[in-house]
Design a protein. Structure first.
Length: 63
């Protein structure tokens, strides 16, 4: 027997977005392509609202 909800479940749409920063495991911070800390870039924060790590946490700007 198949649960009722599985008749309507669909996979989540994948977003094709790129981020202007990357996680640096040595610093344990997100950094921009020129090596600056992403959380200190006010223009970037105004545009995106937050920087999110690969862990998906939005509770800290410097994850």
């Amino acid at each position: 027997m198949q649960p009722f909800a599985l008749n309507y479940a669909r996979p989540a749409a994948e977003l094709k977005a790129t981020t202007p920063y990357a996680y640096d495991p040595g610093m344990q911070l997100n950094v921009t392509s020129d090596g600056r800390i992403a959380a200190a870039d006010l223009t970037l924060l105004r545009e995106l609202g937050t920087t999110t790590s690969t862990a998906g946490s939005k509770t800290h700007f410097d994850d």
